[in-house]
Design a protein around this ligand. Sequence first.
Ligand code: HEM
Length: 466
Amino acid sequence: MEFMSTICLFLVVILTYFLIVFLLKFLYSAQTKLPLPPGTMGWPYIGETFQLYSQNPNVFFASKVKKYGSIFKSHILGCPCVMISSPEEAKLVLVSKAHLFKPTFPASKERMLGKQAIFFQQGEYHTKLRKLVLTAFMPETIKNKILDIESIAVSLLQSWEGRLINTFQEMKTYTFNVALLFMFGRDEVLYREDLKRCYYILEKGYNSMPVNLPGTLFHKAMKARKDLAQILAKILKLRRQMKHDYSDLLGSLMDDEEGLDDEQIADNIIGVIFAARDTTASLITWILKFLAENPSVLHAVTEEQESIIKNKVERGEDRILSWADTKKMTITKRVIQESLRVASILSFTFREAVEDVEFNGYLIPKGWKVLPLFRNIHHCRDNFCDPEKFDPSRFEVAPKANAFMPFGSGTHSCPGNELAKLEILVLIHHLTTKFRWSLVGPQNDIQYEPFALPQNGLPIQLSLKR
Ligand code: HEM
């Protein structure tokens, strides 16, 4: 009898314990359950993809910001997502709480660029790669290559003289050749044509439907990706036989003490060229458009560039550009900054919540995509007055903290930003001091492929100044 009552007592204690634990958990979760950000999710699966891509994406984002404020939810490309459009919240995602938001890309794009490439990584492997990539693009390294960049710029400019050119296509050649110079040093000319052929096929498939069947653009792109890896394997083999020291990205990746394997090296070379080419080419295209449309700014830039030549001639120096000359290009640098702001080449980037995240009073559930909207931040009146106006002089004073992030922010910010600016300065120097150009055809529309680009790649007519 006594034994039975002890058992009963024991069961009551256990049950009471579990009941209390359950009640506490329930009360706690009821109290801490945060709402999702405001916004609409559209149709099942399709979400609001159609609304986003059937118009200028910025109109979609701007109307949402107006309706719901700086943070709102939506559903695009099959994924629930949260869009972020204030500088402070973007900084939280990209910098302060970066460990809670991993970079994310569609699987097909990862396969195409290479799974081991820097963009897709986090943690130790990312830190290691970033160090190696930064070594190849830090000011101390790039300043020694101005002469080579200049000779690429001059020879291309000569080939455009008197021609009607598609600015974006020609700038892609320029930025591709400069990128190869930084990947393989002066050896790059040996592989330029083969690599270029493969890259052009790869880019055509990059934004196509990921259907890997013979004949599709995607299939051709995957084949070109294999060919690229083979060319790189050949280059690696040659370099290992030569045993020289190389101050380029390939040299930096091969020098890693713990050793990267060939696949890791290839993924990163292919990925970095991809990141370097179209971004910089579309920015140069925008700069040429803005300069042509703003004669007073073009005049100021030309004067600044001519005074650099004049000073060199007066000092009896030859005309080759030096690192010190680029430091004197203050007005031209403001034009680059303002073009980065107005054009906002990368309208937004993608992250993914690695766990349920409490974010400024809202819940961002694990697995949801998070999109900091760079373009909205750059075009918001609270951050830049008269934001639609192209006015480089606004950069005479520093912009509001975190309101200007054309190269991203935090651990994944752009390691190539100094190179991008340098190659643009060199090209603008030769272009404004030697050439005139005029826009040809309608110029008002913007294409997204996926970077923002003037209509038809900006056809222009170039002629030598007499
Ligand atoms: C005007 C030209 C360029 C613009 C606007 C630009 C913009 C950006 C932005 C916004 C990011 C961050 C993306 C994110 O956080 O998800 C980024 C990352 C990156 N960019 Fe650039 N970029 C430019 C040129 C270049 C060049 C010339 C290179 C190569 C040298 C380069 C290499 C990279 C790499 C490797 C990353 C990934 C870094 C990482 O994940 O740690 N970019 N770029």
